[in-house]
Ligand binder design. Sequence first.
Ligand SMILES: Nc1nc2c(c(=O)[nH]1)N[C@H]1C(S)=C(S)[C@@H](COP(=O)(O)OP(=O)(O)OC[C@H]3O[C@@H](n4cnc5c(=O)[nH]c(N)nc54)[C@H](O)[C@@H]3O)O[C@H]1N2
Ligand SMILES: Nc1nc2c(c(=O)[nH]1)N[C@H]1C(S)=C(S)[C@@H](COP(=O)(O)OP(=O)(O)OC[C@H]3O[C@@H](n4cnc5c(=O)[nH]c(N)nc54)[C@H](O)[C@@H]3O)O[C@H]1N2
Ligand SMILES: [Mo]
Length: 773
Amino acid sequence: MATKPPTHDIDESDVTVGARKRKAVGVPAVLHALDIAVDQMGVTRTARTLMRVNQKDGFDCPGCAWPEEDKRHLAEFCENGAKAVAEEATIRRVRPEFFAEHSLADLAEHDDWWLGQQGRLTHPMMLDEGDTHYRPISWEDALRTVADALRELDDPDEAIFYTSGRTSNEAAFLYQLLVRGLGTNNLPDCSNMCHESSGSALVETIGIGKGTVSLEDIHHADLLIVAGQNPGTNHPRMLSALEKAKGNGATIVAVNPLPEAGLLRFENPQTPRGVILGGTKLADEFVQIRLGGDQALFQAIAAHLLEAEAADGGVLDTDFLARHTSGFEEFRDSMRNAPWAEFETATGIAEAELRRIAELVRTSTSTIVCWAMGLTQHKHSVATLRDVVNMLLLQGNLGRPGAGVCPVRGHSNVQGDRTMGIYEKPHEGFLASLDAEFDFYAPRKHGYDTVEAIRAMRDGRARVFLAMGGNFASATPDTLVTEAALRNVDLTVQVSTKLNRSHVVTGRRALIIPTLGRTDRDVRRGGEQRVTVEDSMSAVHASRGRLRPPADDLMSEPAIIARLCELVFEGREDSPNVPRADWKRLGEDYTLIRDHISRVVPGFSDYEQRIAGGRTFVLPNGPRDDRTFATPDGLAHFTVNELEYPVIPEGRLLLQTLRSHDQYNTTIYGKDDRYRGVYGGRRVVFVNRDDLDAQRVADGEIVDLVSEWTARDGRVEERRAESFRVVAYDTPRGNAAAYYPETNVLVPLDSTADGSGTPTSKSVLVRMERRQG
Ligand SMILES: Nc1nc2c(c(=O)[nH]1)N[C@H]1C(S)=C(S)[C@@H](COP(=O)(O)OP(=O)(O)OC[C@H]3O[C@@H](n4cnc5c(=O)[nH]c(N)nc54)[C@H](O)[C@@H]3O)O[C@H]1N2
Ligand SMILES: Nc1nc2c(c(=O)[nH]1)N[C@H]1C(S)=C(S)[C@@H](COP(=O)(O)OP(=O)(O)OC[C@H]3O[C@@H](n4cnc5c(=O)[nH]c(N)nc54)[C@H](O)[C@@H]3O)O[C@H]1N2
Ligand SMILES: [Mo]
């Protein structure tokens, strides 16, 4: 059954557009969040639940990966954290009767918002070949069905195991062990679509694919550059940290095509100043850059620093350069005769302005660059981030207080999942430790990342697809291609908390396996369990849910995976490729999983003691701790990167696909985007008024968006997303924006970042076509 993703859920005539907000958060935000929470959970459960977010004996907020302050407020939550919690802790339920009532065809007519609104999944459900409805199946039969399908494969590379970044360390570790025990490294994850470009650029240049700053560093930085990130919506608690930095005298530069509310002004609902005095002005400078112009910006700053050094000296940290870096001379030489005219074209910013920003960097005593998807989802993202590193290295802005790189992660445990080995290209060191701990031989051949996994399914090279959370069908690029790919496998398995599009776009057979979330009490035979997570700044701590689970027999992710290990490895114990462990006990007592982790993953010794009593411990980080770099020569690397930026043909627009204020990735909480002034609908496209005039399209008109992609054979492919209401907006000329996932249908599968394979979700070439009639 092939359906198209629904496009009719919104009547565009209902969309209203008002003034965009100039500041973020404040009391209205808290009230809005409480509204949603009470609607999902009722008053008592709301109060009890929100009090426990990010508290020392509570659960880790499933919202974002921004770290907790050490001194926590009674309610350490933000508006969007509260929405994320409410979404999971809802008292609504999707029971077997729901599936009896709704056929698959019926469910496929609904969008992700409606599907998510139905509530928490309670029972394993099975769809057999030819079935019109999912029907209930026992836990044991569901897990046996999965294990049998895996055991029957001719080649383990015919199975694909996706992970979304909510998965705990314990579940992630067991999961990668199951997959490697089966004999494959096919472990694509959401990170492939997210911060993969950061990881690629950072591993190569500084030897670790993670950020190098702590919260303290943010508080005490002299200069903070926040590029390609919308923290007011996606990392609201970061605003408190920026406010604190500001109080300590920091200068903040926002680099963004859009004047995002939170970056420019912030009302902290947890301080009287925020509530009564109308908040803090956060950004001192707003650099309204063209999409994809950031590499030019960071090269321009570096060029300016090098010129200033040549003129007067005293700009560069020559001691740091000599002792800790390689490649400086080549980099310096490559920056001679810097192409300032091209920097202007790429950024859309005049040289004088670029130099003014560069002067802020030159005079700063410690600089941090924070970034998110605006820098990682372009064709030249890895090169851009290498140039961020180049700029920071010049002044020795790594491994000292208030300085460093800060890729701000998305999912609350996406960084931890990588640390636990969720990676399609695992390092030899990790595999060798795994082999030793579990007395087997893990496969070395690299597996598929997300885009390669879609190709493999499309081309019939994959027969089983299993997802540990997430919404693969909606989150990935090229929706129609991806949906056809998923339909092309024998069995799709979704381990999920809530219903989404991936449950209605199925293989020939499909299974839904419900599971516990962060907020749920997790009691196994070994007693009440807790799990652990790692935040964006490499701090690890425990998380324990307290709520009564949606169903009494609901299995946790670790328990599901442990049982799968038992079933998949049964009778194969003599094979040198099968790991050895007491699977049953691991699923009943997670301290035993942590015990294994403590011997396999560096930095986790004394794991259990270090998380006792709600304590947090910070993983080792060479650049941050003592300026050691795990590169082949032990030095931080300058790199020479050719300048790239998007060129937009006449009459076309470059579209970025981004998040509204009322969504968590593919989970849609509501249809407003308060800060951007949009209410009641999501099919909107933000366009510069001059572009609208030039193309004779009026604000309020309904257009189709058609993407144009030149395939490898030279043919131009078109993809269409129907019916978007045009909104005249303050974005650079030639640049447009619309929400993900409605626009994923426009992103070509082959349009990926060089060196990281990340889909180019922030640069999609499109044209507007007026709707007929
Ligand atoms: N409430 C909420 N919180 C979330 C999420 C959510 O959906 N909802 N998602 C989580 C996840 S997984 C992630 S990865 C993060 C995402 O956090 P963000 O990266 O903040 O998310 P996006 O909405 O994709 O916003 C991209 C920002 O970059 C800007 N931008 C786009 N292109 C460019 C460019 O070329 N240059 C520059 N300088 N800026 C650009 C956009 O205008 C926008 O402000 O948030 C996490 N937290
Ligand atoms: N066009 C475009 N595409 C993008 C992006 C973009 O900016 N533009 N951003 C990309 C990014 S940064 C990311 S991270 C990906 C996100 O991709 P995913 O992580 O795959 O998507 P989510 O929407 O976060 O997944 C939500 C689903 O996860 C399940 N879930 C929630 N909590 C749990 C849990 O505790 N356990 C389990 N088992 N399941 C759970 C629920 O069923 C829910 O419906 O999307 C990417 N796609
Ligand atoms: Mo993400």
